[in-house]
Design a binder for this molecule. Structure first.
Ligand code: B12
Ligand code: SF4
Length: 417
């Protein structure tokens, strides 16, 4: 029997998001089950231990320390825990795996973090086990009442900006997931859920469970490959019946693709999704210049769908000190795709435009005002504004009263909205 200390580095995740389904050390939980089932002892820790936990960890005396990693630009946090546990247990073997470890050259990871071994890619044996959810303490803002499932790994497409085909080079698809379901809320971490040749069988299973109220909702974290939704009414309707909420599709290509994107959205709205609950992933700070991104944003406004903006970072980027409110940041702070004309102002302005537009979509209004959002306007003026029917009247009133305003259908590059 060996003893394994499984470590999730202290990633910069706001405390309120810990254990939110976006941030659960799911890889470690699967590894924990695999190791336990094979007669080993495991202990999960998150970050460096405080003095109280350190006593317990020291008593545990691990033979190996397995550390996971996430985004490459969070490598620093991996290094910190490697160094920390190396200091506490100089004789234990320290292994680093996960996303950063898989995207960066092994030698570089070893040199930078100081670990003994690097593990790249998925761990096929661990993949056969249910994540050990019992290792997560439930006294937190997000009790684990949901589960993360992979119905497939890998993706057959090869988008240039995407790391999944390096992390998970083989496309492996399950034909059933029924036996894995233990909670009523299901989050899929598949890279391309719809590409699974057995997707209809899997959806059929979920539909039956939903009808029996054994599941409440499903979500696909990575979004759907919308190309597979075009003119596929059946698939759209199955997703809806299976309880998939907030469907996300991606529009990473040029503006000229808008007709195809519109068809994808139609499949979803015909299936019963309301436009404001549909999200379009859009990569920016990438090859498409800001003026074209603004055209894409405005198209989404016409469709009244929300945008999930994804700021591009190269797959080997090892730092990201982007600060949304700081002016004058440069490539020394975070990656700026200058080749396509992006600069710090444009990156931040585009992000702001998307945020303001999403608020308009969600609230069903056609003017965004930062002053109103920050409650800087007197209740009497707010009341007056609310009574006004036409947008022109509202704008005139806002101008006269020096209330900031922004309208979604206007491309905005340099004005602070
Ligand atoms: C889910 C997901 C998210 C979620 C949550 C991520 C999370 N878990 O915390 C959310 C929605 C928040 C997200 C956001 C983003 N994401 Co994301 N995301 C993913 C996705 C699909 C899965 C990541 C994941 O959590 N996997 C779970 C892992 C750790 O567990 P696992 O894989 O089951 O673990 C196995 C192995 O890795 C191994 N293993 C793991 N650890 C260890 C340790 C040891 C010792 C050993 C032996 C083995 C081992 O064994 C496990 C069992 O098989 C990946 C794509 C992918 N296929 O990996 C992209 C990915 C990580 N995201 C990516 C990106 C770019 C982003 C965004 C920046 C997008 C954007 N521009 O807005 C944002 C960043 C947000 C931020 N805060 O900075 C990139 C990262 C690129 C990079 N440079 O690092 C990826 C790789 C996708 C891509 N397009 O290339 N993302
Ligand atoms: S379709 Fe999605 S998961 Fe597949 S390679 Fe492209 S971006 Fe990555």
């Amino acid at each position: 029997m060996k003893k394994y200390l499984l470590v999730e580095p202290n990633f910069p995740i706001p405390a309120k998001s810990k254990n939110h389904h976006n941030f659960l050390p799911i890889g470690l939980l699967k590894l924990a089950s695999y190791l336990r089932e094979n007669g080993n002892k495991v202990k999960l820790v998150r970050g460096e231990a405080d003095s109280y936990r350190l006593v317990a960890i020291k008593r545990f005396k691990p033979t190996e320390i397995w550390i996971t990693s996430l985004f490459t630009y969070w490598a620093r946090h991996v290094k910190v825990v490697v160094q920390y546990y190396k200091g506490v247990f100089p004789k234990a073997t320290i292994v680093v795996g996960g996303i950063y470890a898989s995207l960066i050259d092994k030698k570089e990871v070893k040199k930078y973090t100081g670990c003994d071994k690097v593990y790249q890619g998925v761990h096929p044996k661990a993949e056969e086990y249910e994540p050990a959810y019992d290792l997560i303490e439930n006294n937190n803002p997000h009790p684990v009442d949901y589960q993360i499932i992979h119905a497939s790994r890998g993706c057959k497409r090869r988008c240039s900006f995407c790391g999944t085909w390096q992390i998970e080079p083989a496309f492996i698809a399950k034909d059933t997931i029924e036996g894995e379901i233990i909670y009523r809320k299901i989050v899929f971490y598949d890279n391309n859920f719809l590409m699974n040749p057995n997707v209809e069988d899997i959806l059929e299973e979920l539909i039956k469970l939903k009808q029996k109220k054994e599941i409440l909702w499903c979500e696909s974290q990575s979004g759907f490959d919308g190309r597979l939704l075009i003119n596929n009414k059946k698939l759209g309707s199955m997703l809806k019946q299976a309880g998939f909420r907030y469907p996300r599709i991606a529009w990473d290509g040029p503006y000229s693709e808008h007709q195809n994107i519109s068809k994808q959205i139609n499949t979803l709205t015909q299936a019963g999704y309301s436009a404001e609950n549909i999200y379009v992933f859009m990569i920016y700070n990438w090859d498409i210049p800001c003026n074209e991104m603004e055209k894409k944003r405005i198209k989404c406004w016409e469709w009244r769908v929300q945008i999930s903006d994804c700021r591009f970072r190269p797959l080997t980027q090892l730092f990201d000190n982007y600060k949304p409110r700081k002016v004058g940041q440069t490539n020394e702070d975070y990656y700026i795709h200058e080749e396509a004309g992006w600069d710090d102002d444009l990156v931040k302005q585009f992000r702001k435009n998307v945020r303001s537009q999403n608020i308009c979509v969600r609230q069903g209004v056609d003017i965004y005002s930062r002053d109103l959002e920050l409650k800087k306007v007197s209740p009497t003026k707010v009341k007056k504004l609310k009574k006004m029917k036409s947008r022109r009247m509202k704008i005139n009133f806002m101008k006269k009263n020096e209330i900031s305003y922004w309208i979604p259908e206007q491309a905005t590059y340099r004005i602070n909205n």
